[in-house]
Design a protein around this ligand. Structure first.
Ligand code: RB5
Length: 146
């Protein structure tokens, strides 16, 4: 798969580890930074990574900050993005099954690399269930005044 990845200073070291790991799994990774511990503003990194998903440059996005919260807030400003901040593999599974999430966010200050890998593996390998969830997901994108 093609995956857009980004982080702020709280998650940049996580990002490096996850880029190597994702590549070792055969994925193609587009890295939107940041690449150092220098303090930065998470919207500057989340937005272009999310845009890569809606532009079909990538299949999914993985965006990391201290908690994952700021990154999900920013990514969800991009029309067509359904970003989910997931702290467990079960949250990632349901975010794909029920919400057809196309961006995964999580907090580098809250979860271990090993758990992040489990969450990512579940996210990338779970399909959208469709059915009763299709109409609900479509309604999200009718809410354009946000
Ligand atoms: C940076 O200190 C922190 O606020 C940021 O990484 C993130 O957690 C925001 O949601």
């Amino acid at each position: 798969m093609k995956i857009a990845i980004a982080a702020d200073h709280a998650g940049f070291d996580y990002k490096f580890k996850l880029v190597d790991w994702l590549k070792s799994q055969g994925h193609h990774v587009l890295d939107f930074g940041t690449n150092s511990a220098d303090s930065c503003d998470y919207p500057d990194y989340a937005y272009p990574a999310a845009e890569a998903v809606v532009n079909h440059s990538t299949d999914y996005g993985i965006i990391i900050c201290g908690t994952g919260i700021g990154m999900s807030m920013v990514a969800n400003k991009v029309q067509g993005i359904r970003a989910a901040n997931c702290m467990t593999p079960e949250m990632a599974r349901l975010a794909r099954l029920h919400n057809n999430a196309n961006v995964l966010t999580f907090g580098a200050r809250l979860i271990s690399i090993g758990l992040a890998q489990e969450i990512i593996t579940t996210f990338l390998n779970t399909g959208f269930e469709g059915g009763r969830h299709t109409n609900r997901v479509e309604k999200i994108h009718l809410l354009t005044d946000c």
